[in-house]
Design a binder for this molecule. Sequence first.
Ligand SMILES: O=P(O)(O)OC[C@@H](O)[C@@H](O)c1c[nH]c2ccccc12
Length: 262
Amino acid sequence: MHLDEIVARKREDWSRITGVPSLGAARPAPAVPGTFAAALRGAEVSVIAEVKPKSPSKGQLLAPERAAGQARTYAAAGASAVSVLADTPYFGGSPELVAEIAADPQVTVPVLYKDFLVDVRQVELAHRTGADAVLLIVRAVDDALLKDLLQTAAGLGLDALVETFTAQEIERALAAGATIVGINNRDLQTFSVDLENSARLRAGIPAGVLTVSESGIGGRADLERVAGHGFDAALIGENLLGAADTAQALSALLGVTVGGTA
Ligand SMILES: O=P(O)(O)OC[C@@H](O)[C@@H](O)c1c[nH]c2ccccc12
């Protein structure tokens, strides 16, 4: 299974859905534009820590009942933002999980809604969860839809992390107006990971655009490499989810980058 199959399924699912699904009693505060972007800015490389209950390549990563607590641990241990999977069939998350985490007073950092967006109604659903930002994957959409998704997000006060994998996708992201660009180190067609992908493509992103290196970042050496290439942030899931002590793993990652004290 790879990106094309996931995207085909999402399109089919959303063709059957009428309107925007409601989220029960969830009544989030309105999104404050720029909250997620602001969390990534700063002198040091920021960490966006991910709550990814399972993945197609690794299987179960986190027991469902531990997912919400994981976000609290990330926030307490110094993550600048948390990314939460809203996709259920492939990644074991849900919009309800995003809503629960976004409403948690102990999660004091911005929340990124992570799904495969192929319909503007998904941006509205993300907004209903109380998330601060959405992930948009360039490869999953055409230019017109990418623009629509970006404009819908902006209209609702949501920031957008626009994910790319190639130089051409970076150009498409920038042409559509992206102000936060992610470069994935994992090829979503094959699931192979190469950190050099970020390094190679970073130069194609102009100053003033926030940059995020995504996937396969394993430890402090990797994070330093990413910082050295000038990224504002790193998106990290599996390494933290697999650690015996998440808080300690995250502190060790951050300790070095914020002053070499870890
Ligand atoms: O767990 P990792 O290798 O640290 O990667 C996190 C994140 O980048 C990855 O989960 C991801 C990047 N883009 C995605 C799109 C959909 C689902 C998941 C992802």
